[in-house]
Design a protein around this ligand. Structure first.
Ligand code: FE
Length: 351
């Protein structure tokens, strides 16, 4: 039996280019991987098939939005079948981390491929999660009403000239909690709270809708400026719908704070679930996602940037947005600041 198994094992291992050859008996123990994903892009499917082809491990998916995913993980507790968890935004990853939903991952490959600033907390047993793609939070402005140089920084959004002109989604949405968490790191809490108060004073309307709704409201002139994640812009840029093209014709994009600390950058990330039944397969999967080919698919599928340096993307929208200076603070700190930020939002009446 052993003689028969050995060549099979070698063949499988040779196919698994991205992981080590030293895991014994994985084909039996880890033939299935249960993936809980808050991502739902058709391009991800090809990615999972590639993993199965390379490793023989079948991927079973649960796909739902981030909040439901976290609620489900909590409710399932130690009975949860989840092995890998994919979430977007450092604030959500941090929340899941402190709620004890992840376990630390020790992997030389992941540590060599994912920059240290794009990982979760490491208490000595390895990081609690790894960033897998990045997105920037940028300013979008109405070209007929505003000049790019007038909104070159996040700080500029509170200038009196923009009174009644600023639109954002809810202040408590993870994307804003993280941006404000980053601001807290850059400016300190007192100045950030003043800034948030200024933002509320400049609102064109009560915060509502998602990032795409803000972009459209800027195009229509209801707002002069707004905040959005870059992939929503890229989606509109690549859209063939005339109405989307009309929207993009009316708005300009600013990567804020290029002359200071850089534009706020966030991550979509992955972790091994606390009660993973197939922890080895889970680590292999995360390692697979940082291979060059997987990075290009994973990031490009949602118009994001890879976390691994040197990976080339064939994405005209991202190319059009050009290279930019991003902030260098650890996203784990950004996520952690959200508790402080939520208190500030309550104090300044930012809904
Ligand atoms: Fe989003």
């Amino acid at each position: 039996m052993k003689l028969l198994h050995q060549p099979l094992r070698l063949l499988a291992a040779a196919l698994a280019l991205f992981t080590s050859l030293t895991t014994p008996g994985w084909a039996q123990d880890n033939a299935v991987l249960n993936l809980y994903s808050a991502r739902h892009y058709p391009t991800d499917e090809a990615l999972y098939e590639g993993f199965t082809k390379a490793t023989g491990i079948t991927v079973r998916r649960v796909e739902t939005d981030d909040a439901s995913l976290l609620a489900r993980l909590k409710a399932e507790g130690s009975a949860s079948p989840a092995d890998v968890v994919l979430l977007v935004d450092a604030s959500r990853l941090w929340r899941a981390e402190v709620d004890g939903l992840f376990q630390p991952v020790k992997s030389k490959l992941l540590e060599s491929r994912v920059p240290a600033t794009l990982r979760g907390k490491d208490s000595g047993q390895g990081p609690m999660w790894f960033g897998l793609s990045t997105r920037a939070r940028v300013i979008v402005y109405n070209k007929a009403l505003i000049k790019a140089e007038d909104v070159a920084t996040y700080e500029s959004l509170v200038q009196p000239k923009l009174r009644g002109g600023v639109c954002t989604r809810s202040g408590s949405h993870p994307y804003n909690l993280s941006l404000f968490g980053a601001m807290t790191e850059h400016l300190g809490p007192a100045k950030t709270e003043d800034w948030l108060r200024g933002l509320v004073a400049n609102m064109a309307r009560t915060p509502k809708g998602g990032d795409t709704d803000q972009i459209k409201a800027v195009a229509s002139g209801e707002c002069q400026v707004a905040l959005t994640n870059t992939y929503y812009l890229a989606r509109l840029m690549r859209s063939t719908k005339p109405e989307d093209q009309a929207v993009m014709g009316k708005v300009g994009v600013v990567f804020p704070n290029q002359a200071s600390w850089g534009t706020h950058v966030n991550v979509a990330g992955g972790a091994v679930a606390r009660h993973a039944k197939h922890p080895e397969a889970a680590v292999r999967f995360l390692e697979y996602l940082v291979s060059d080919a997987a990075q290009a698919h994973f990031a490009g599928g949602n118009n994001e940037w890879p976390v691994v340096k040197g990976v080339v993307l064939d994405n005209p929208a991202l190319a059009a947005m050009g290279p930019f200076k991003s902030e260098t603070i650890p996203v784990s700190i950004v996520g952690m600041n959200q508790v402080k930020v939520q208190q500030m939002l309550d104090r300044v009446g930012y809904r």
